[in-house]
Ligand binder design. Sequence first.
Ligand SMILES: [Zn+2]
Length: 332
Amino acid sequence: MKQSVTAGVDIGGTNTVVGLINDSGTCVLKSNSPTLGQGSAEQFVLRLAEAIRQLLRELPGESTLGGIGIAAPAANYRKGIIQNSANLQWKTIEIVGMMKQHFDLPIAVMNDANAAALGEMRNGCTKGMKNSIVITLGTGLGAGIVTDGHLLYGENGVAGELGHVIVDPNGRICGCGRRGCAETYVSATGIRRTVFELLAYNATESKLRDISFNQLTSEKTYELAIQGDPIARDAFLITGRHLGLLLSNIAAVFDPEAIVLSGGLMNAGDLLLDPTKESFDQNRLDLKWRKVLILKSHLADGEAAILGASWLVTETAAKEHDVPAQMEGSLR
Ligand SMILES: [Zn+2]
């Protein structure tokens, strides 16, 4: 029997994940390759088209590809473009138009954090929930907010920029030009800045002193924290405190059933989750009857975004390119 699949793509600053998703929302085959965002967009699209074809060849039995859903930073669904992403050097590219030169199929692009929120709703932690927030902790801090079953879109399609909520008006300079945004503390880049601040203010022995700023990764910090390095442990503690405070504020605004934490930084697991929950409990608006779940995504890294992006394209194709009402809010 012919199997029908949809391709989901998550374009990250470092790696691009491509997956084939079956009708029941399961990712049946996946590949991961370097994005090479500093190279040309044309070369990237060629590699991406080949990666999708390669997965189709590897899929056992006969299959048909129904569409391609792409998740990317700074993506605009309505225009089918990726706009001046900070982590990709392509300026603005018409990704949907470029991919259509390779595949005559329904193709859509959407913001990666919104795609992750849809993916968690489809087959992850927030399945069946009507109010939830998904936070992606990578190079920056992204978020997808679902209220009353709809992804929050906003007047200009840029709602949900929780990474740029100011948590300290006198704090660190952010890429957006302001001071003290949450992502200057709570992200892979933010924890690196925290480590170097701790090293400057303390005389404590630490293996982190042997690593330069540009060489330090959140993975290395995690590794050293597990080995008991006091600076590395404090760095996660401070990151969790900022994150918990941010979550307590957004829970007061959106009243979610659950907040899901995902992305590379969450590989630290309880080391980050515990201080986050503690800070959340200390700072939350005290409604004793209300319980907000703070969960770690159980989907593999990048999988939520490919599930969400491919869902969007399946649903829109099924309705002859009409945007389904339930997803209206997700489109950027
Ligand atoms: Zn900012």
